[in-house]
Design a protein around this ligand. Sequence first.
Ligand code: PGA
Length: 272
Amino acid sequence: MAAVASSTPASTVRRTPLIAGNWKMNLDHLQAIAFVQKLAWSLKDAGHDFTGVEVAVFPPFTDLRSVQTLVAADKLPLAFGAQDVSEHDSGAYTGEISGAFLAQLECRYVIIGHSERRTLHAESNEQVSAKVQAALKHNLTPVICVGETAEDLETHGPSAVPVSQLRAALDGVTSAADIVVAYEPVWAIGSGQAATPDQAEQVAAQLRAVLVEVLGEDVAAKTRILYGGSVKAANIAGFMREPNVDGALVGGASLDLTEFASIVRYQKHVGS
Ligand code: PGA
């Protein structure tokens, strides 16, 4: 990540963009190996500068060991992470995965508070906050997901819910923390109806203001805020032109190799 001068306003600092693929419950470990190998080759073939735009994949838990082994053996310039983490370290929590295990697998990131966890698994703001603490404890960078439903949007406007979710998630987080925030309007996820770049920027700016308030100007200035929700090759460039949008969390389109590689290479079609 670029060095940040403390006096630089958050919105003008250069942050390394992050394009992250959230596979959700797709691709088994064999498919994961083939996919990651092909992704790395095709990006390398295209001359992708991995230090200029970071690329990360978030496979299911059962794939992580295979992905780790492949990335290490072939020295692939790809980061990877998990889609969730337990708030507990170990013990009688059937079905849960500890941050300690993810750290052992060299995960750099973990997605926390994805809207599918919040709605389908009734994850509360308190649990999200506890999971953020667990991730940080194990040196995993949490990708904290926030976003409003269509109903929230109508009742409270675009930023009220994401802002309150972020405040809750950051409860107890100190200013030394390395975090990523993902703004994902629930109505845009998997719907084919992405937010406009301007909508994403408006909320991202509010989220950055929360980061400034809670974690201070320096941390806010270097923290990446991603947009997620129906991102594809055809719309990524618009989001990336916005000053407070530093990348994307991509669901459906991250499972299509050509499409995902094209999203990663958005700088080549900024004008499109
Ligand atoms: P989508 O999902 O790109 O398929 O809309 C995004 C996400 O859920 O992270």
